[in-house]
Design a protein around this ligand. Structure first.
Ligand code: PLP
Length: 370
């Protein structure tokens, strides 16, 4: 599905030197690389503040803690997402409100959010699934009108650009009160272990997030609030410093592969290629097709025989997971989510894809459906 070895091989000298430098200085935790990377990423995103942390799941928890949500507060999340989006909600005793998604973008939209709001709603977490932004303009308008906070789960969408109706552009994760991301190795900007970050335009939220990620302390041994221990270590920051300059190039490589898949598969009647919204670029964390539910297993087996990996993101809706089925509230019948869980299939997608690979994979899919 990904080719992390191939990607590393191309930048090996600079990565190896950055790691060696960390080893020589033995500044493994809170080394200068961490603040350097935070500033570099803030600059790339056009965000006022980036606070790094241990992983993308912690980033969501830190954001929700910084917003000082209270037990029983309702948090609107899409039912079609990775479980991490809901984990922090459960851990903090908040109430997940699981909402259906748009059948084209697979994301939340204004109408879906609006229909789920109650007086207890304090937060919406749009997930920019597979690398394309949710329709943020509508969501932001609704949330502003109801004084509801917005935390964007941008773990799959780093580098994506959202376009407002007036032409203003902003990077995914910088539109809401806070945004979160993950540097898990297979994410679009991956480190060589775990890592994550919270973004915000607010100095106060940034201060709180930083404090929470560091045991609730600003001054050593003075604990203002209950925090957690969640750090991006210096080695990972050093690696990310070297990789961030390549992010746009990596995105283009993904988009090029997606365009080749699109062109080859557009005429296959049984296959629905990814929708491209006009309000967002798509950074193709995943290239995900919709195929008829009764053909999905057969297609996957056919691909497997041809040594082509594929994955189902995600096979089970959030509300049907044992851990979440008795938690919170479900809005509507989640019919789109149910269908998507049976129809989606993600193809290999990474920065090192060759034309021969996309052609071989597309050819196999075309043949299967002919
Ligand atoms: C990967 C991911 C996360 C969590 O990131 P980790 O670094 O693995 O904790 C959260 N949300 C979404 C949508 C993700 O894809």
């Amino acid at each position: 599905m990904v080719d992390l070895k191939g990607q590393y091989a191309k930048i090996k000298p600079s990565i190896d030197a950055a790691i060696q430098n960390c080893l020589d200085n033995a500044t493994f935790i809170k080394g200068p690389q961490v603040a350097h990377f935070e500033a570099q990423l803030a600059d790339y995103l056009g965000a006022n503040h980036v606070v790094s942390c241990g992983n993308g799941t912690d980033a969501l928890q830190i954001a929700m803690m910084a917003l000082e949500l209270k037990r029983g507060d309702e948090v609107i999340v899409p039912a079609f997402t990775y479980v991490a989006t809901a984990e922090a909600i459960g851990l903090l005793g908040l109430t997940p409100v699981m909402v259906d998604v748009d059948p084209l973008t697979f994301n939340l939209n204004r109408q879906l959010v609006e229909a789920a709001i109650t007086p207890k709603t304090k937060l919406v977490v749009p997930v920019h699934l597979f690398g394309q932004c949710a329709d943020m303009e509508g969501i932001l308008e609704v949330c502003e009108a109801h004084q509801i906070a917005v935390v964007e789960d941008a773990a799959q969408a780093i580098g994506a650009t959202y376009r407002f109706a007036d032409g203003t552009e902003k990077k995914a994760g910088t539109l809401g009160d806070m945004g979160t991301t993950s540097f898990f190795p297979s994410k679009n900007l991956g480190c060589y272990g775990d890592g994550g970050a919270v973004y915000t335009q607010s100095a106060e939220l940034a201060r709180k997030a930083k404090m929470i990620a560091n045991h609730g302390q600003e001054k050593k041994y003075i604990h203002e609030m209950i925090g957690i221990n969640s750090r991006l270590d210096s080695l990972q920051a050093a690696i990310l410093i070297e990789k961030l300059p390549y992010l746009d190039e990596y995105t283009h490589a993904r988009q090029k592969a997606a365009n080749l898949y699109d062109a080859a598969l557009a005429e296959v009647a049984a296959v629905e290629i990814p929708f491209r919204a006009d309000f967002s670029t798509h950074v193709f964390h995943q290239y995900t097709l919709k195929v008829p539910a009764q053909h999905r297993e057969g297609l996957q087996e056919y691909l497997r025989q041809r040594k082509i990996p594929s994955m189902i993101y995600y096979p089970v809706p959030l509300n049907q997971q044992k851990a979440y089925q008795h938690l919170g509230r479900v809005v509507g019948d989640l019919s789109v989510t149910q269908e998507l869980c049976k129809q989606v299939i993600s193809l290999p997608m990474h920065t090192e894809m060759t034309e021969a690979q996309t052609a071989y994979i597309s050819e196999a899919i075309t043949t299967y459906f002919s």
